[in-house]
Design a protein around this ligand. Structure first.
Ligand code: NDP
Length: 385
């Protein structure tokens, strides 16, 4: 079989020879008890850089050992890209949301052999799920693999915005000591109303991590959390996103991108938020209207916007989110920490082993299967009717 894998480019100074730390913590279970990926073996050392071209998700020895063809490329966009050239006879496509191989309707129509599209990570909106369903392609992601990585990035981003960390750091780095300039936009999170849109794995983890900050916690979800969790975290539930948005000082977005969530944070909704609110979005860029975010930051309606998700990825050099005021954007990195990579590389291998051996892929990894939404796809996504 032919496995086509799209990965982000190596570091500009080349693949690392040494790492900042000797090892990474060994995690056996996720917070809900789900076990971490358990392939028969791995051919990498956890903590190595795996998500880039040379890292190859640690899969080459395994795949070539089974006699499969393994093509790895970074060149993924446009009709002349290596991805587009290799796609027509590929049986399996693998890519990460950080450097997504967009599997559009047109590309899926050309990929006559395609049976399995693996998201090495979480979030499979870069695949046209309706077309995957139509062509009975299995789409799978590595549920939980990097959820905790994103929770940590989210809490960091909320604090960075509220406390005005990044501009203050810039002043220190540039030789300044302008304390008044730093603190004229610096607040405490304590006492603020902070809410999440979607309290799934990441959203709930963010709420739990924020609890010790002495904030008032809110959430909006399609399915309400169990009463004991609401009590434990003293949560206020909102039946819709508007109620969440108008009652919070900070809203953090953790829903997948699908027809129900696309474009939710537009001029109208942001206009109803308290003046000086903050939005953090580590879910998917298109849940927010790109230009509405810029307008709201420029007018002061929003005091800050942070996140690591853009559209498209990579964004153009002049994407307005690079330069808009009061932003704490990073490239899409929150789910690609070295521990996150180790887990989603092992999970990708687990999925491939199941596929080649004809064994079922863990249900919780499935997004589509057999011509319909399945597993995490059935619980967290929708498709256009
Ligand atoms: P989960 O599937 O655990 O959680 C998603 C939650 O979203 C579910 O609880 C679901 O609710 C809820 N949801 C879906 N649609 C709506 C809606 N219309 N309104 C309100 N809630 C909704 O996924 P994770 O928490 O692990 O990940 C969430 C998303 O985060 C991913 O889909 C991905 O897009 C993004 N992500 C980003 C990463 C990064 O590096 N920045 C890395 C990992 C993930 P219910 O079950 O009740 O339907």
């Amino acid at each position: 079989m032919k496995v086509l894998c799209v990965l982000y480019p190596d570091p500009i100074n080349g693949y690392p020879k040494t790492y900042a730390r000797a090892d990474i913590p060994a995690i056996k279970n996720y917070p809900d008890g789900q076990t971490v990926p358990n392939p028969h073996a791995i051919d990498f050392i956890p903590g190595e850089l795996l998500g880039c071209k040379t890292g190859e998700l640690g899969l080459r020895k395994f795949l070539e050992g089974l006699g499969h063809t393994f093509v790895v490329t970074t060149d993924k966009d446009g009709p002349d890209s290596e991805f587009e050239k290799e796609l027509p006879d590929a049986d399996v496509v693998i890519s990460q949301p950080f450097w997504p191989a967009y599997l559009t309707k047109e590309r899926i129509a050309k990929a006559k052999n395609l049976k399995l599209a693996i998201t090495a990570g979480i979030g499979s909106d870069h695949v046209d799920l309706e077309s995957a369903i139509e062509h009975e392609i299995t789409v799978a992601e590595v549920t939980w693999s990097n959820s905790t990585s994103v929770m940590e990035h989210t809490v960091m981003s909320i604090l960075a915005l509220v406390r005005n960390f990044i501009p203050s750091h810039e002043i220190a780095k540039n030789g300044g000591w302008n304390i008044a300039d730093c603190v004229e936009r610096s607040y405490d999170a304590e006492g603020m109303n902070i809410g999440v849109l979607a309290a799934g794995r990441i959203g709930l983890g963010v709420l739990r991590r924020l609890k010790p900050f002495g904030v008032k916690l809110h959430y909006s979800e399609r399915h309400r959390l169990p009463e004991e969790i609401e009590k434990e975290l003293d949560l206020t539930y909102h039946e819709n996103v508007e109620s969440l948005a108008v009652n919070c000082d900070v809203v953090s977005i953790h829903a997948p991108l699908h027809p129900e969530t696309e474009g939710l944070f537009n001029d109208a909704l942001i206009g109803k938020m308290k003046k000086g609110s903050y939005i953090v979005n580590t879910a998917r860029a298109k849940i927010c209207d790109r230009d509405a975010i810029v307008r709201a930051l420029e007018s002061g309606q929003l005091a800050g916007y942070a996140g690591d998700v853009w559209f498209p990825q990579p964004p153009s050099a002049d994407h307005p989110w690079r330069s808009m005021p009061f932003n704490a954007m990073t490239p899409h990195i929150s789910g690609s920490s070295l521990p996150g990579q180790a887990r989603y590389a092992a999970g990708t291998r687990e999925i491939l082993e199941c596929f080649f051996e004809g064994k079922p892929i863990r249900d919780v990894y499935l997004v589509t299967k057999g011509g319909k939404l399945a597993g995490v796809g059935a619980s967290s996504y929708t498709v256009k009717k």
